[in-house]
Design a binder for this molecule. Structure first.
Ligand code: DQA
Length: 143
């Protein structure tokens, strides 16, 4: 069975509490359950890993290399816009693990600093603006 990793960065554990007008009222745990249900319906093994710490996300990506993970879905939160270290981690494994970047909000309609992603150039594609559905679309693509 194919194994995919869903990586969630800083403050994504606060969805449902934070900026509800942007990210919605549904809480992170409920969204995670839906992601796992979607993966199950696609016959995929899926692990969701959330961390507020850049280095933990990087360590998880490195570990994925030796774990037979066949794709990564990442919502890196604000790290998207400035973390060259996270970008380099994704690039380190890109020959064997394709990564899809997801944002719940349409970052291009928001503040200027959100328009730039330093991880996009090392990702296979980007999905933004469709709320939790973005995670489902990314899983479908990797499946
Ligand atoms: C986000 C957009 C980022 O700019 C922000 O820092 C987040 C969430 C999104 O899902 O829309 O934390 O990645």
């Amino acid at each position: 069975m194919k194994k995919l990793l869903v990586l969630l960065g800083p403050n994504l554990n606060m969805v449902g509490i934070r900026e509800k007008a942007i990210y919605g009222k549904e809480n992170a745990q409920s969204i995670n359950e839906d992601i796992l249900a979607k993966a199950k319906s696609l016959n995929i093994e899926c692990e969701i890993y959330q961390s507020n710490h850049e280095g933990d996300l990087i360590d998880r990506i490195h570990a994925a290399y030796s774990e037979d993970v066949s794709g990564i879905v990442i919502n890196a939160g604000a790290l998207t816009h400035y973390s060259y270290a996270l970008r380099d981690a994704i690039a380190s494994v890109e020959d064997s693990i394709p990564t899809i970047e997801v944002h719940m909000s349409n970052v291009h309609t928001r503040e200027e600093f959100r328009h730039k992603s330093v991880i996009s150039p090392v990702c296979k594609g980007v999905i933004a603006g469709f709320g939790k559905n973005g995670y489902f679309y990314a899983l479908e693509e990797l499946a």
